[in-house]
Ligand binder design. Structure first.
Ligand code: ADP
Ligand code: ZN
Length: 710
């Protein structure tokens, strides 16, 4: 038990650069190694992948990962190989030659993790003889197997075959969304044997939550622009209710000079992939999208998600905001909502064929949006998780609404509704109250009613906000089936006749409530703190490396890792290798550019020592790399590595040789060195790697030295 824990933690440190496991990860890994089935429920960003990746490095077989998200496999494989973990993918996006080649490598044990699509797995699995040693089958997005889930895929149901063919291979089913019913269904459909169930916390405390009544399009777009400006090195998503709205938001942002793309199901696959690639690689800052976007996106530096319109249920909402801040660094989720959206959503529900359950879900979403309690508590209670205290990171916690006597505006609005016989919507009602003289209003004779102009003292936005509250309080109802006209509820009628007191949350003008204003282009750049400046520098280094290697920047390092570098300020390889989020392979590959930037920033002028290449070799040797692997990681010849080792031995920095040279090899070198000193290198070159004799000689000196000392 302890043994597993120690080994797993060492691998986590070595390959990912993380110091400790998150809750449940170690238990899940242990279960897999004990060859027991399990179902893992964790939110997006919770750290599911590590649960099946670490077992791949601990067992002697391969881990097969079944995932429907073919488009993202390449990305996952790149992330793994960049950490030094041999992984590959087999799917319909690659040529048959490539796929065939990968399957061969799999059989020769050169791949530890194989990503595969369900249909491909079903094609291959019969052909796989029992020779292929599978240590675990991980089923990602496992809710796809269930008709109860929200993304049923018929192909998934045939995965029951895995258990039939390999009854003794453990299965790990993973998902971010599953209620109890779906969870049980997953276990049944996959024929799992007495699976262990792991349910991670759905809390994502680093994401701040905020809901705002729609202040109108212009201000909404300004707000989004201010977010882009604030996080100009990172990216965000704007979720819209329809393709049309996504298109128009995209056009709007582009018009204002921002790099934006659009993504929805109406685009061709090629267009969608291109948009996704641009977003993942950081070429654009924003994607304006419908719900079609985002499944499986694991870009770690998404800093904000805006819901331009209210989503249809809390599950979708939670999954969508969960795409932000996956690195654990602070992120923002902002939602705008309006009664117009609710009308649209209601019409979706009416067409959905599952009216009662979907209405219920929409109502829960509405309650969340309108809440005056800590929003995170509401969210978590939706997922049956209780939170004992307020979160301190949502708009309600941060700016508790100030209460005021709202009786006067309430009576004005209610009486106006009665006088127009409940025949107007929100906009017309406000126009009447504010005494507007637009044509339609005059034509209908509304300028002659008693409350016309009675609310001139308040702005349109202010009225809009108060009327929303009156709807939330149940004083007014919206007749969605009658052109969204406003009607008095019986409670509203009672308040009107009894003139009873009503409290409202005091309106805060949008500009003030939304924090920073959008800066116009002339405004000077904000003053950065030294830490922020260093972070920007490191992001530039990262971007350059990413461009050179043609990978997305977060594959090089996550934002979180960069923040750690800013905190620790490593000025040599050793301290760099200890930064959280920096694994071995990345130490070797990247320490120089980052350490150089940090040294320059700190004004350290003395250049980096040149002998450091030996130190790198030492670090890798100590971490268990063999000579071949070191040569590959550093992209140098094995001979050079042997030279480093010889020098290290001479400098007394290395005293464990068994992984470098065998006893027989050592004795053979000694023998030839004695009998045939002139030609020894020529003779030995035929028998052992070039460079190894030099190591043997250094070793012999070392042994003499130490014999003399003791
Ligand atoms: P999921 O698959 O559950 O959506 P991931 O496996 O992609 O989540 O993990 C989300 C992020 O958290 C990744 O950037 C991952 O590297 C990071 N992460 C996972 N486990 C740990 C850990 N033990 N310590 C630090 N970071 C972790
Ligand atoms: Zn809160």
């Amino acid at each position: 038990m302890l043994d597993i824990q120690e080994r797993a933690t060492a691998l986590l440190r070595r390959f990912y650069g993380y110091n400790s496991f998150r809750p449940l990860q170690l238990d899940i890994i242990t279960t897999a190694l004990q060859r027991r089935d399990c179902v893992v429920l964790m939110p997006t960003g919770g750290g599911k992948s590590i649960c099946y990746q670490i077992p791949a490095m601990m067992g002697d077989g391969v881990v097969i990962v079944v995932s429907p998200l073919i488009a993202l496999m390449k990305d996952q494989v790149t992330a793994l190989t960049s950490n030094g973990i041999p992984a590959a993918a087999v799917n319909s996006m690659q040529t048959e030659v490539e796929n065939h080649h990968i399957m061969q490598q799999l059989f020769t044990g050169r791949i530890k993790i194989l990503y595969i699509s369900p249909e491909r797995l079903l094609m291959e699995i019969d052909r796989w003889s029992r020779d292929l040693k599978i240590s675990l089958v991980a089923i990602d997005e496992a809710h796809c197997i269930s008709q109860w889930g929200h993304d049923f895929r018929p192909d998934y149901t045939r995965l029951a075959k895995i258990k039939e063919l390999y009854p003794h291979v453990p299965i790990m089913a993973l998902t971010a969304t599953a209620d109890r019913l779906t969870r049980e269904d997953i276990a049944r459909q996959l024929r799992l044997h007495d699976p262990k169930i792991y349910i991670g916390s759905f809390d994502r405390p680093n994401i701040s939550l905020r809901v705002m009544i729609d202040p109108g399009k212009g201000k909404r777009v300004n707000y989004i622009c201010s977010l882009i400006d604030r996080y100009r090195h990172d990216s965000g998503i704007v979720y819209c209710i329809s393709r049309k709205r996504a298109e128009s938001m995209n056009a709007e942002l582009k018009l204002r000079g921002y790099k934006s793309v659009v993504y929805h199901a109406g685009l061709s696959v090629t267009e969608r992939n291109a948009a996704q690639d641009k977003f993942i690689s950081g070429d654009v800052q924003v994607v304006c999208a419908t719900v079609a976007f985002g499944m499986g996106i694991d870009k770690s530096n998404i800093r904000w998600v805006v819901h331009n319109n209210m989503p249809r249920n809390i599950e979708s909402y939670y999954q969508e905001i969960g795409r932000a801040g996956r690195d654990g660094v602070k992120a923002e989720a902002v939602m705008f909502y309006s009664y117009g959206d609710i009308a649209t959503l209601q019409s979706f529900v009416d067409e959905s064929g599952q009216q009662s359950i979907n209405t219920e879900k929409l109502n829960r979403m509405k309650e969340y949006a309108e809440a005056s309690l800590c929003r995170r508590r509401i969210l978590l209670s939706y997922f049956n998780e209780t939170m004992e205290h307020d979160c301190g990171n949502c708009d309600v916690c941060l700016n508790p609404p100030e209460r005021m006597d709202g009786t006067t505006p309430v009576l004005k609005a209610l009486s106006a509704i009665v006088r127009v016989n409940g025949m107007v919507g929100v906009t017309m009602l406000i126009d009447i109250l504010r005494g507007a003289s637009r044509q339609e209003l005059i034509q209908r004779g509304y300028h002659q009613i008693k409350t016309y102009g009675a609310g001139r003292d308040m702005s349109f936005a202010e009225w809009n906000n108060y009327i929303s509250q009156m709807i939330q309080l149940g004083l007014i109802d919206i007749a969605y089936n009658e052109g969204n006209h406003l009607k008095l509820t019986s409670y509203g009628a009672k308040v009107l006749t009894e003139r009873s007191q009503v409290m409202l949350a005091k309106y805060i003008p949008f500009e003030r409530s939304s924090g920073k204003r959008t800066k116009s282009k002339e405004v000077v750049e904000p003053q950065l703190t030294p830490a922020e400046r260093l972070l920007e520098l490191l992001k530039e280094v990262r971007l350059k490396l990413a461009r050179k290697e043609q990978v997305p920047p977060y594959i090089v390092f996550s934002d979180k890792a960069l923040l750690e570098m800013v905190r620790v300020e490593p000025t040599d390889m050793e301290s760099f290798s200890k930064v959280e989020g920096v694994g071995e392979k990345k130490t070797v590959k990247y320490w120089k550019p980052f350490v150089t930037a940090i040294r320059k920033f700190k004004g350290i002028s003395e250049p980096l020592g040149t002998g450091l290449s030996h130190e790198e070799t030492l670090l890798l040797l100590n971490a268990g790399y063999d000579v071949e692997a070191i040569a590959e990681a550093k992209n140098i010849k094995p001979q050079t590595v042997y030279n480093h080792i010889a020098s290290l031995i001479r400098e007394d920095k290395l005293s464990e040789f068994s992984s470098v040279i065998t006893r027989e090899q050592y004795l053979r070198v000694m023998e030839v060195a004695k009998s045939n000193p002139e030609d020894m290198y020529l003779i030995l070159a035929k028998e052992m790697p070039v460079g190894l004799p030099a190591v043997a000689l250094a070793m012999s000196d070392f042994l003499l030295r130490h014999k003399a000392n003791s």
